[in-house]
Design a protein around this ligand. Structure first.
Ligand SMILES: Nc1ncnc2c1ncn2[C@@H]1O[C@H](COP(=O)(O)OP(=O)(O)OP(=O)(O)O)[C@@H](O)[C@H]1O
Length: 258
């Protein structure tokens, strides 16, 4: 049984099938790319998996303790609690909070303190706070943001804001990380750094990553498998070499960069 199985998934918006009969399987510790022209349905698919939208048809199944667990119909916070975490196409940080606080907020959602120890400020509360802060700093250090811990998120350069978004998504200790166009708006230097970063995440955290990205060289470089969406349907699936040489994919991207 795969870690995440998307079965015959369909989402209709009025007469438009934004996602149509999609089947995808993600294995543990796999790095998978999801590509396709503008409007192909990539973000809609992420929204279906993470509970933002309910599917019109089909299932999203997560392996939990060896058993298949249906995610469709569940609220986004319940799905996040089961270990799915994501970043967004447009950066969604708390820009007026510090870098450290952005990470701590994400961690806190996973470390709910008991009501009494929080309200009464019992020693357990302070110990937990100190522990979480140390964990957050450790995470920031892995991503080379420790020096910026006390800076406001809004004052970070663009590439570092994107990196912080990824750190924040990882702070919830996900089993699967969904990255929605992490290289969007990045310069070539920042994209090259991101490529290394994605590799590092997979090596250090041993999680599954599903990556939506328009930057083909990034996708071909880091992904083990790639799914291609077109008009809401899976057009092709395979290893980067197969996708690169697939005539239908080349046709879909005609004029684009493959
Ligand atoms: N909430 C919505 N209501 C109606 N139509 C929608 C909605 N969300 C998306 N769509 C439509 O569904 C189709 C797929 O959109 P989606 O944003 O998933 O594509 P995408 O592959 O992520 O595109 P891009 O690469 O440009 O981000 C588009 O035609 C879009 O206009």
């Amino acid at each position: 049984m795969p870690l995440l199985e998307i079965k015959e998934l369909t989402k209709n918006f009025g007469g438009l099938a934004a996602v149509s009969n999609v089947n995808i399987a993600l294995e543990e510790n796999q790095l998978v790319g999801l590509i396709g022209p503008n409007g192909a349905g990539k973000t809609t698919l992420f929204n279906l998996i993470t509970g933002v939208y309910e599917p019109s048809e089909g299932d999203v199944l997560l392996k939990v303790d060896g058993k298949s667990h249906r995610l469709n119909g569940q609220k986004p916070y319940a799905i996040a609690d089961l270990g799915l975490s994501r970043t967004f196409q447009n950066i969604r940080l708390f820009k007026d909070l510090t870098v450290l606080d952005n990470v701590l907020i994400a961690m806190n959602s996973k470390n709910k303190e008991s009501f009494f120890s929080s309200v009464l400020r019992l020693p357990a509360f302070y110990n937990k706070e100190e522990h979480l802060k140390a964990e957050a700093l450790k995470l920031l250090t892995i991503f080379d943001l420790q020096e910026k811990a006390e800076h406001l998120a809004r004052n970070l350069p663009y590439g570092e804001q994107r990196r912080l978004e990824i750190v924040r998504a990882l702070a919830t200790k996900p089993k699967i990380l969904f990255l929605d166009e992490p290289a969007a708006g990045m310069n070539p230097q920042e994209t090259a750094e991101l490529t290394l970063l994605i590799r590092k995440i997979q090596a250090e955290f041993k999680i599954t990553i599903l990556l939506i990205e328009h930057d083909m060289s990034l996708v071909m470089d880091v992904c083990e498998r790639i799914y291609v969406l077109e008009y809401g349907r899976i057009l092709a699936e395979g290893v980067p070499e197969e996708i690169k040489n697939n005539p239908e994919v080349i046709k879909a991207y005609l004029g684009g960069d493959l």
